[in-house]
Design a protein around this ligand. Structure first.
Ligand SMILES: Cc1cc2nc3c(=O)[nH]c(=O)nc-3n(C[C@H](O)[C@H](O)[C@H](O)COP(=O)(O)O)c2cc1C
Ligand code: SF4
Length: 588
């Protein structure tokens, strides 16, 4: 193995990201000396380890507080629930500036992108643990506990409970086949028939793009390579999505069964679950479930007595980067590198983890595959539509009476979904997160389907009083923040979109700004390197087309230059030591 692939510590089998997490936890930051030490331990270039630290928002080169707090600034759990005020209240109580660590090192308070708790009211992470249903009262109590330096295990334990809000169960959530039964069935019918069953079911990936799962597994199986890998994408970073959190909590056994089935079909011995850092609190229970599966002979060597079936799963926890949900960036991160998306093709099915054939599937896809093998493909095929078979689990949040998890057959209309979750007088709905589709009321009869409106899982509802321009600004800020910076159209384009939207909101925009936004949006969409850039302008282009008044009501009647030439010449005046009126441009 070359040094660049040595992302597991040779002595401990610990992943590079986990070693860095441990240092961040113990030392509250990762110093230059630590970077050097880790590089030595893992036999990696110092520059690579330093780049991994710099890439991830959960790693810091300056110390964080002993109580490290991250408020979600996601549109649904943050903006819609007024979380900003709670953040300010906490900062006031604890005398700390947002984004900074208090001088005595007690506390740091910052914002982060969506933490997948959009159905739980205003929420935050404190040292990685979630606290939900925040209000002024709870924030004041929280500030007191921190001021008294009360250790987290002594805080009210129910504060850390997360109650799932499942409002509609269907084919997948109602099913509870035992993983042993699923595996026995697959072993009984064999690899080819298991794959054939998936093909007959018509299952398509639930992570967003909707690629046929059987084709992916087959391509991987047929690709030349020394080893094959199974990767579960549990990065769930799309703001407004939280269904994988519920699946990882309540259906983990069947997720691991689905991964093992994939391994059986493609001939893999090693699998990974790439778990987003924001869900780190699920790690212990996932490890316990894995251990349980090993004890039952469902993972490990000679699975259920089969001499030629060895497979096990390692969980790798990410470190706060939305782009690591993109499958090639995820693989880079698994390999101990910054999560910069690869040039595709080749695709992971032929050149994935360590350059070997790799299947990457979403959490829901693996569970659906496991259930299909157990129940057969016929029932699944009869649910949904011809091109979108089965059901889809949605995370619904925003302005509705019953936010939470809903499982629907594909083909359901958005009108019906909005009715079911108690949404009234809806102004707009964002399907599939900020990267998805913005629907106006005229489109609510459209359906949830890959060939109509598809979604990786999120449905955000905006009531009649929501300021959609602020929603667009929030989305634009998200993409500008999460752009990995590798390619110019996205690195430069996403902050420019944010700036243009800010200009409009602050009354500095004109018809020219709208034109610029449109050009920029198309440029970012068409010229970017990966899916993040391709979709980062969707929301604003949709908004300009479907809700033009949201922007036009703020516009100036005439073009005004936003470049201040006089201000730009300030440094020249400074050098020449002139600041008299004659040295300034006339305002006439
Ligand atoms: C910026 C970006 C973020 C993504 N995030 C996720 C994610 O969190 N979870 C996921 O399953 N797929 C995500 N995807 C899609 C993956 O690249 C990949 O298509 C998916 O994991 C394949 O699984 P599936 O075939 O089961 O849908 C993301 C794609 C992009 C471009
Ligand atoms: S499109 Fe954005 S996220 Fe993707 S590679 Fe380019 S800069 Fe990175």
């Amino acid at each position: 193995m070359s040094p660049r692939q040595n992302h597991f510590s040779p002595s401990t089998q610990e992943h590079l990201l986990h070693r860095l997490h441990a240092i961040q936890h113990d030392c509250l930051h990762i110093s230059r000396e630590s970077v050097q030490q880790v590089a030595q331990e893992f036999d990696l270039p110092v520059a690579q380890v330093a780049a991994v630290v710099a890439f991830h928002s959960f790693f810091h080169t300056q110390p964080r507080g002993r109580f490290d707090i991250l408020f979600s600034n996601c549109t649904s759990c943050g903006y819609l629930s007024g979380e900003k005020n709670l953040l300010q209240l906490l900062c006031l109580q604890l005398h700390v500036t947002p984004g900074e660590t208090r001088a005595d090192g007690l506390v740091s308070i910052d914002e982060t992108s969506c933490i997948g708790l959009c159905d739980q009211g205003p929420s935050l992470l404190i040292n990685g643990l979630p606290i939900t249903h925040l209000d002024d009262n709870k924030v004041v109590q929280l500030a007191q506990l921190i001021a008294l330096e009360t250790a987290l295990p002594d805080w009210p334990s129910h504060w850390f409970d997360i109650h799932h809000t499942i409002h509609r169960q269907d084919w997948l959530l109602n099913g509870s086949p035992l993983p042993r039964e699923i595996m026995l069935k697959a072993l009984d019918i064999g690899r080819n028939n298991t794959l054939a069953m998936l093909l007959q079911s018509g299952l398509r990936g639930r992570g967003g793009a909707g690629f046929a799962t059987s084709s992916k597994w087959q391509l991987c199986r047929e690709a030349p390579g020394n080893a094959r890998y199974v990767v579960c994408n549990a990065d769930e970073g799309e703001p407004g999505t939280f269904k994988d959190r519920m699946l990882l909590t309540s259906y983990a056994e069947n997720l691991f069964a689905g991964m093992a089935l994939c391994a059986f079909v493609i001939g893999a011995k090693q699998g990974f679950v790439y778990l987003r850092a924001e869900y780190r609190y699920l790690l212990d229970s996932l490890q316990k479930t894995l251990q349980n599966c090993r004890h039952q002979g469902l993972l490990g060597n000679r699975i259920l007595g089969h001499t030629d079936f060895d497979f096990d799963i390692t969980i790798v926890v990410g470190a706060g980067a939305y782009i690591c949900g993109e499958e090639s960036a995820l693989i880079e991160s698994l390999e101990g590198k910054p999560g910069i998306p690869r040039i595709r093709p080749p695709f992971p099915v032929t050149h994935g983890y360590l350059g070997q054939p790799t299947v990457v599937n979403n959490v829901e896809t693996f569970i659906a595959a496991a259930h299909i093998v157990y129940y057969g493909s016929e029932t699944f095929r009869t649910i949904g539509t011809a091109s979108s078979t089965g059901t889809k689990i949605l995370s619904i949040s925003g302005d509705c009476t019953f936010p939470g998890i809903y499982e629907y057959p594909f083909g359901i209309s958005f009108q019906q979904i909005l009715h079911d979750c108690g949404a009234q007088n809806v102004q707009a709905v964002q399907i599939g997160g900020p990267a998805g589709t913005l629907l106006s009321p005229a489109e609510f009869e459209r359906t949830l389907a890959f060939d109509d409106v598809s979604s990786g899982g999120s449905l955000l509802i905006f009531g009649p009083h929501r300021d959609l321009l602020s929603v667009h600004r929030n989305f634009a800020r998200f993409f500008a923040h999460e752009s990995c910076g590798f390619c110019t159209p996205c690195r430069v384009g996403t902050p420019l979109i944010q700036k243009e939207l800010d200009a409009i909101a602050e009354g500095r925009g004109s018809a020219y700004t709208i034109e610029e936004l449109q050009q920029l949006g198309h440029l970012v969409q068409q010229q970017s390197h990966c899916g993040l850039g391709h979709t980062a302008a969707n929301h604003v282009l949709d908004g300009l087309r479907k809700f033009p008044q949201v922007f036009s009501q703020h516009l100036l009647p005439h073009f005004t230059a936003r470049f201040d030439l006089d201000q730009a010449l300030a440094s020249a005046r400074h050098i020449t030591q002139r600041d008299d009126p004659e040295a300034h441009l006339s305002n006439d």
